[in-house]
Design a protein around this ligand. Structure first.
Ligand SMILES: Nc1nc2c(ncn2[C@@H]2O[C@H](COP(=O)(O)OP(=O)(O)OP(=O)(O)O)[C@@H](O)[C@H]2O)c(=O)[nH]1
Ligand SMILES: [Mg+2]
Length: 364
């Protein structure tokens, strides 16, 4: 029996050879579905095997990953916009692990992660490519850093895509209801039109025999497969073009513009345009504001705490004091995340924008 890798290689080869047209589109769709399934199996086996991947936890601040080719100045940028000191070198692969730093903008804090450079073939394991890219699964924003000497961004996007991460794309609007019988029904809403025959073949390939699949947007087979896979990650991405101080900058900038990419021009070396970069980071990450009110006070603090969307009471406790989680009694919240004012909540309560939060702590 062929191994998963051999099977993947065989299908990839066949896809390359097959001309895409009306006559072959069903065959191609089926091949793509098979490929997606095999890649999932490979991924699961890899996870099961443990591995030494980099791992970051979602924290209370939005996190932003600086990713790009080696030597474009990712570490220099981190050092310029945060309190961190990451090693800078004029040779490739200066950075070998994740280096975090905290950036402040308008009294909000952001966690910026400097990553090792990635080269073509990263997704198939060249360098530590796979581990580097898998870090993106837990960040809020991807910042693709390029420079006038390395601005071939396509391979980076492809490597990221091949690892199941979708940039600047909404999740496909599709719901799957599995049933005991009744066969496979592919339904669309409103004016949505899809190739139902093709989607039926693909869904069968995924083992869906009895199910209602409701599709709420016009989509191609690739997005349909993404919807069936369920393990895709959807992230915002921005582009940064560094080294604006060099004579080669202009051509690279114009090239990217001509390809529909609107990079933020910066110079880490000369600290040029870093405010615009910080602003772009703030605008592309979802923050909420929470007002803390002390137990014995009537009014909350004037300055809100800016934290990432989805943060819990526990996240806030950890931010305030290292013992707060251990000494936590309960908290009360007034605002959109609760049903009535001053409702009691626990550590796992998810906060909403504008909430007023009071934390009750056992006296130590
Ligand atoms: N002219 C110019 N050079 C820069 C700028 N930013 C960084 N450099 C230089 O580019 C080289 C690489 O910088 P790093 O910050 O180490 O690049 P990196 O992307 O972190 O590299 P890896 O960690 O190896 O992936 C160093 O020689 C820096 O001094 C810039 O804005 N302008
Ligand atoms: Mg570096």
């Amino acid at each position: 029996m062929p191994t998963i890798e051999e099977e993947i290689a065989r299908i990839e080869e066949e896809l390359k050879k097959t001309q895409y047209n009306k006559a072959t589109e069903h065959h191609v769709g089926k091949l793509k579905a098979k490929l997606a399934k095999l890649q999932k199996a490979k991924e699961e086996r890899r996870r099961g095997g443990g591995g030494t991947g980099f791992f970051i936890k979602k924290g209370v601040y939005p996190s932003v990953a600086l990713i790009g080719p080696p030597s474009v100045g990712k570490s220099s940028l981190l050092n310029a916009i945060t309190n961190a000191e990451s090693r800078v070198g004029d040779f490739d692969f200066t950075t070998l692990s994740i280096v975090p730093g905290i950036m402040e903008y308008n009294k909000m804090k952001f966690r910026i992660l400097d990553l090792p450079g990635i080269i073509e073939g990263a997704g198939s394991g060249r360098g530590r490519g796979r581990e580097v890219i898998s870090v993106l699964r837990n960040v809020d924003l991807v910042a693709i850093v390029l420079d006038p000497f390395k601005f071939n961004y396509e391979y980076i996007i492809n490597e990221i895509r091949n690892m199941g991460i979708r940039l600047n794309e909404e999740p496909p609007k599709i719901s799957i209801i599995k049933k005991d019988r009744g066969g496979l029904n592919i339904m669309t809403t409103g004016k949505v039109q899809v190739d139902t025959d093709l989607f039926t073949i693909i869904a069968r390939e995924f083992g869906l025999i009895n199910a209602d699949i409701i599709i709420r947007e016009n989509m191609d087979s690739e997005r349909f497969i993404d919807g069936l896979m369920g393990n895709r990650v959807y992230l915002k991405a921005i582009f940064i073009l560094n080294k604006a101080d060099t004579p080669e900058f202009k051509d690279a900038y114009e090239y990217l513009k001509s390809r529909g990419i609107d990079p933020i021009p910066v110079s880490a070396a000369n600290h040029e345009n870093l405010e615009s970069l910080k602003k772009a980071i703030a605008e592309n990450t979802s923050m909420i504001r929470v007002y803390l009110k002390k137990e014995y006070e009537n009014e909350p603090d004037e300055e809100p705490m800016a934290i990432r969307e989805g943060s819990t009471v526990e996240d806030v406790c950890r931010m305030l004091h290292k013992d707060f989680v251990e000494r936590f009694k309960f908290a009360t919240v007034k605002g959109k995340s609760v049903k009535f004012p001053n409702q009691r909540v626990g550590l796992d309560h998810v906060l909403a924008d504008g909430d007023i939060l009071t934390i009750y702590i056992k006296k130590g």
